[in-house]
Design a protein around this ligand. Structure first.
Ligand SMILES: C[S@@+](CC[C@H](N)C(=O)[O-])C[C@H]1O[C@@H](n2cnc3c(N)ncnc32)[C@H](O)[C@@H]1O
Length: 346
């Protein structure tokens, strides 16, 4: 038997059979579409956000832009195109943290015109030693949802880890025989009833710890965008997606995406515990709306009137209440005194 966390890790990133290593992940022929793949507007707005952040940070000759889990490289391409519109005296060093050699290849092709400016890293372990000491700006879109979680189930007054085992030749869910010690957030203590599920993501906190180490040493900000919730609670958010539809978690191992909702409260609390400041968590609709995505859509439509319908549809997918607008949340972490735009503060 293995825990859900090891199961996710193997299914998603096994060196030869893992989903991100082997499968066609993105787009119409893949399994899901992310915000940057829906429209260039998403990356352009993030580019503007980064320009504003750099303006508000202590001056430096250069800045490190670090993207976590850059997928096909579309977000970084749109970010760099949009940042280039602002004449600046500083230099950008681009760092891409990507585990999949296949996706690294796609990113290299998409960003070929920036060759020499970009360094790739397989994980965050070596990042701190391989970047210079200039301020850092992290961007992570749909990165944390891909990191493994552990799940615990409450039964007869005790917590048991949810495991994956083999019964009658079939892989499926089961429970650990031994009760586990679970450190519940104060707000959930004494509130569990039989069948309650509690999720934790030690992998997310590990990665967050690496980001925080760099922010503390270099100074800077981290922009985290993902689907998830702000507030601790019980519930099972593990899900599998194949060909743009929800799928059975224990089927098609390594051939479908498995993710979990991101607990933004636990990211904020972990950052605060290390003296890193956290913004309020806002919805993607609020964030993109604050940064005038509606205006950008109008500009694109006036330049490409024949594409009015596609641009309006893309805008709706990004900010519509029943689309990504509410489900996706945005959080900014920073170690400098800084009021990030997009969080309703300005
Ligand atoms: C859901 S995709 C998001 C892609 C991209 N950010 C976008 O918005 O289109 C997750 C990305 O994270 C990468 N990834 C997942 N786990 C990772 C890990 N532990 N270390 C580095 N990259 C990882 C995947 O290979 C993929 O590029």
């Amino acid at each position: 038997m293995i825990g859900i966390s090891d199961f996710m890790q193997i299914c998603l990133s096994h060196p030869s059979e893992g989903y991100y290593i082997k499968s066609e992940v993105f787009g119409k022929d893949g399994d899901f579409t992310t915000a940057p793949e829906i429209s260039q507007m998403f990356g352009e707005i993030i580019g503007l956000w980064l320009v504003d952040a750099i303006d508000k940070m202590p001056a430096s000759d250069d800045y490190n832009i670090i993207e976590l889990g850059p997928g096909r490289g579309t977000l970084m391409a749109d970010i760099l195109r949009s940042m280039a519109k602002f004449k600046s005296k500083y230099k950008l060093n681009i760092h891409m943290v990507e585990l999949s050699p296949k996706l690294v290849q796609m990113q290299r092709e998409k960003l070929a015109s920036f060759e020499g400016q970009i360094t790739w890293h397989e994980n965050l372990d070596g990042l701190k030693t391989s970047i210079n000491s200039s301020p850092c700006l992290f961007v992570a879109n749909e990165f944390f949802d891909a990191l493994p979680i552990s799940q615990y189930e409450f039964l007869d007054g005790a917590w048991y880890e949810r495991m994956v085992g083999v019964k009658d030749g079939k892989i499926g869910p089961t429970l650990s025989m031994q009760a586990a010690k679970v450190a519940l957030p104060n707000i959930l203590k004494d509130r569990a009833v039989d069948g309650a599920i509690f999720e934790q993501s030690p992998a997310s906190l590990f990665y967050l710890g690496k980001i925080i180490e760099v922010l503390k040493r270099n100074g800077g900000v981290a922009l985290i965008i993902d689907y998830g919730h702000d507030g601790h609670g019980f519930g099972d958010s593990l899900q599998a997606v194949k060909a743009h539809k929800y799928a059975k978690i224990f089927k098609n191992l390594g051939k479908q995406d498995i993710t979990a909702h991101v607990n933004f409260t636990s990211l904020k609390e972990a950052a605060n515990a290390q003296n890193i400041m956290a913004s309020t968590v806002v919805s993607q609709a609020e964030f993109l709306g604050d940064l005038a995505i509606g205006l950008r859509a109008q500009m694109l439509i006036s330049k490409n009137p024949e594409q009015e319908m596609q641009i309006a549809q893309a805008l709706n997918r990004l900010i519509g209440e029943d689309e990504m607008g509410n489900l996706f949340k945005v959080l900014c972490l920073h170690n400098c005194e800084f009021t990030p735009v997009g969080f309703g503060l300005e």
